[in-house]
Design a protein. Structure first.
Lengths: 257, 307
């Protein structure tokens, strides 16, 4: 397959993913918007007004970047894990497996689908947040780069989950028992500088802390961790996870007999 | 160059189940080839390896000279696969399914749309192009999979029991379509349980059992090895027991029907004379279409008898 011809299968997978996201918009786009509106209303508006400032910002302003990033992460992950596992479960992944499409194109296509859904939902949540606060973006490029890197990273994680999953329960275990707790403990609702030293150090092992803080730096110009470190950790994690995904595809784990 | 060249192919699932025990066979370009065998014989494993869904334990398959082991992309680009089970997204529309499939093979979207229209029309699915594919009947789903397999105009079409569970009318129309595809130059390999299908469509045949090739020859040569044939007689009067006729094996089907098994080449005049002498009146007679079936059963029985 020449480079020009490889572009066609990639585009096909991405179009297919976009069609899927839009076809089931009631499951993919609306629920996160409703959930995040409730977070803004309850934590930002009702509880937040009694908290005062966090990290030198109104509490509502402080949680907006965290909630946007939380939406991006969860939706990028959810899109890839449900779409790829669905294709395995329905066996229509075989349409791709019998074709000459290289494994890296398959991976890039599904990850792009996850990134697109993450960005769509993140955009919706950002727009909803404007109902509650006036945001001025401190570093737009940092904001954009952190969203895309976080979405890629968690889309890859979703792909690993989908490859190993054998039943539908397996695709909800990781989001429920690992991803959600890590997100809540990743500095979405608080600054880790408030924690005692031991728990602050434990928090530094949480990858979501870096994605949330990189994005918060992009929006507010403030971060609990050095932004350079956050980007380095995201990039290295993407490389490691991406290589692992390709290895799984090359070995045919869960896909080829 | 062969369309398919299977070289000492072995596949063991886990450590115990030997699905293929060193199969070698070739399929000529332009052939219409039947792969026959009972359930669990290894047919689907062989097809799975050709399509790269299953990895061989050893050996290789070459598709138009390209190895599925070392040149996977180049090899599978020549293959169109119609699997046994429905394996398309039941929530997608037939038109989308075809266009996407072409895309995976690098066919530009506009060309893919043109081809999708062409194949959906040829397979009488055009009016169903925009319905959710889960709403299609079994026969329509099978035809959709044939259309999908043709979207990148493969040189080799492999069909794994394409007419299973399809009514006679649709089966015949699918046969006509497959014959047309083959006539246009596409090599076709077919697995089937309908022996009549293999007999009427295929030129060459391989019978596989317990992971080994039991017979690999032309359909004509295989049929030529038959040394007996069976005639079905509708009788003018009922018979209580099967009559004893010289040089014939008689099976009483019901009160007014008997099947008579005779050596191949037996003159029918002689047969009628025997029946007449036994006081049996015949209202009508037909040849029983069991030729390949009989050979198939006989070939598969041999290894068991030997064991």
């Amino acid at each position: 397959m020449s480079a020009a011809v490889r572009w066609v299968p990639f585009k096909t997978i991405v179009i297919k993913e976009i069609n899927r996201i839009l076809r089931i918009w009631g499951q993919t786009l609306v629920p996160p918007a409703i959930t995040m509106t409730l977070y803004f209303l309850i934590f930002g508006q009702l509880v937040g007004s009694r908290i005062g400032e966090m990290g030198g910002h109104r509490y509502m302003d402080f949680i907006v970047p965290g909630l946007v990033m939380m939406s991006v992460i969860q939706n990028a992950y959810a899109n890839v894990v449900s779409s790829f596992f669905g294709s395995k479960f329905g066996r229509y992944v075989e349409e791709l497996l019998v074709s000459p499409t290289p494994n890296w194109v398959i991976l890039a296509g599904y990850v792009s689908g996850g990134v697109l859904r993450g960005c769509m939902v993140g955009g919706i949540v950002l727009i909803v947040s404007l109902l509650f606060t006036d945001l001025s973006i401190a570093h737009p490029l940092v904001m954009l780069a952190s969203v895309i890197l976080a979405a890629v990273l968690f889309a890859l994680a979703g792909f690993v989950n989908a490859v190993y999953a054998k039943k539908f329960d397996d695709i909800s275990i990781i989001p429920t028992f690992i991803l959600t707790p890590l997100t809540y403990l990743g500095g979405v609702f608080y600054s880790v500088s408030l924690l005692p030293e031991f728990w602050r150090n434990v928090s530094l092992a949480n990858p979501i802390l870096y994605t949330v803080n990189a994005f918060r730096f992009g929006v507010l110009g403030e971060s609990d961790v050095p932004v350079g470190t956050a980007f380095a950790i995201m990039l290295v994690s993407i490389l490691v996870l991406g290589a692992y995904c390709l290895r799984l595809l090359d070995k045919g784990v869960g896909l080829r007999a | 160059m062969y369309a398919l060249d299977v070289v000492d192919l072995k596949k063991t699932y886990g450590t115990r189940v030997e699905a293929l025990k060193g199969i070698s066979l070739t399929v000529e370009e332009g052939d219409f080839f039947a792969l026959l065998g009972p359930n669990g014989a290894g047919k689907s494993t062989l097809i799975g390896i050709a399509a790269s869904l299953v990895r061989p334990s050893s050996g290789d398959i070459k598709v138009f000279g390209k190895s599925v082991v070392t040149e996977r992309s180049a090899a599978v680009a020549h293959i169109g696969l119609v699997p046994q089970e429905f394996n398309f997204n039941q929530f997608e529309k037939p038109f989308e399914i075809l266009v996407n499939q072409a895309g995976y093979y690098g066919v530009p979207r506009e060309l893919a749309k043109t081809r999708a229209e062409q194949y959906l029309k040829q397979l009488s699915l055009w009016d169903k192009r925009d319905v959710a594919s889960r709403t299609l009947s079994g026969g329509m789903k099978r035809r959709l999979m044939i259309a999908r397999a043709m979207m990148h105009t493969p040189k080799l079409l492999i069909l794994d029991e394409p007419t299973a569970g399809v009514d006679i009318e649709i089966r015949r129309s699918m046969w006509t379509y497959l014959k047309d595809i083959n006539r246009a130059g596409t090599t076709v390999i077919l697995t089937t349980h309908y022996l009549e299908e293999a007999e009427s469509l295929c030129r060459n045949i391989a019978i596989i059992d317990h992971g080994m090739i039991v017979k690999n020859t032309t359909v004509k040569a295989l049929l030529g090895t038959l040394d007996r044939e069976t005639f079905v007689f509708d009788l003018s009067q009922p018979l209580a027991v099967a009559p004893d006729l010289p040089d014939c094996l008689v099976h009483r089907v019901d009160d007014t029907t008997i099947e008579v098994d005779v050596p191949r080449g037996t003159e029918l005049n002689g047969l009628f004379a025997i029946l007449s002498a036994a006081g049996i009146g015949v209202r009508s007679m037909r040849n029983k279409a069991n030729r390949l079936e009989e050979l198939f059963v006989r070939l598969l029985e041999k290894p068991k008898d030997a064991a």
